[in-house]
Design a protein around this ligand. Structure first.
Ligand code: NAG
Ligand code: NAG
Length: 227
């Protein structure tokens, strides 16, 4: 019996064991396997380990997406998490190349994946409160939100979870230095049923614009080096 004689359900099951690249390569071999690749049911979990993976056409976004994880752990994370005013020209150039990649991708998720249950963004130094708030407003079934080392995210995200994240059961904000103790405390009071973990977030020193107290800048640098 040939592989392509199997029914859609069996083929979907087989495809589910393959990574994105292998799925795509297989889908280029014949029309039958292309149909399996294009089936939105295949795409309930997506893991990305670099922003460039977001631009490859080796996956399908659709209403079956439940779990989305974007991890960005390369040395470039450190560059993107530097405050803009401290970046050198070279660092600025490097960042500008991928500054809106994750934001644009999340915009597509908002339009195409209303049933998302869990979102993890790790090391995405460019995402803003607005990006995350859009997801909260569009993906109303979201149960788990995990933001790690996303320096632009502020207390506004926590306020948005109170307002829009009615289904959220778990929120993690780790190493997000622009989140404050007050923000976390207010959130805990307003949504005591949500499991909130915030490792190191409010303990870090938030960004201060140039010209402000030098000693707090030095302390921030120490915290960043230490982390
Ligand atoms: C998919 O095909 C490309 C081009 O032929 C190849 O370079 C790559 O290694 C293949 N990937 C996998 C996971 O088989
Ligand atoms: C952190 O918040 C401060 C004050 O709102 C802002 O000036 C700064 O740009 C933020 N940091 C980043 C990396 O976005």
């Amino acid at each position: 019996m040939h592989l392509t004689n199997l029914n859609q359900e069996c083929l979907l099951h087989l495809f589910s064991f393959l990574d994105k690249d292998s799925r795509q390569n297989l889908s280029l071999t014949c029309k039958r396997l292309r149909v399996v690749f294009l089936d939105p049911q295949l795409w309930s979990l997506l893991n990305f380990f670099s922003p460039s993976e977001l631009t490859r056409n080796n996956f399908i976004l659709g209403p079956f997406l439940r779990y989305l994880n974007i991890y960005w752990h390369s040395s470039r994370v450190k560059v993107c998490n530097i405050e803009d005013y401290k970046k050198t020209m070279f660092q600025r150039d490097l960042c500008s190349k991928h500054a809106s990649l994750v934001s644009h991708f999340l915009e597509r998720v908002c339009h195409m994946c209303p049933n998302l249950l869990s979102l993890t963004l790790s090391g995405c130094g460019h995402i803003t409160d607005g990006d995350v708030i859009n997801v909260l407003c569009s993906c109303r079934r979201l149960q788990r939100l995990c933001l790690e080392n996303c320096c632009r995210v502020t207390d506004a995200v926590l306020q948005a979870v109170v307002t829009h994240g009615g289904r959220l059961q778990e929120v993690r904000l780790d190493f997000c230095r622009n989140v404050t103790h007050t923000g976390l405390q207010t959130f805990r009071e307003k949504r005591p049923a949500v499991r909130l973990v915030a490792e190191r977030s409010a303990g870090m020193i938030p960004d201060t614009p140039p010209g402000e107290k030098l000693h707090s800048r030095r302390a921030l640098q120490k915290v960043l080096i230490f982390s």
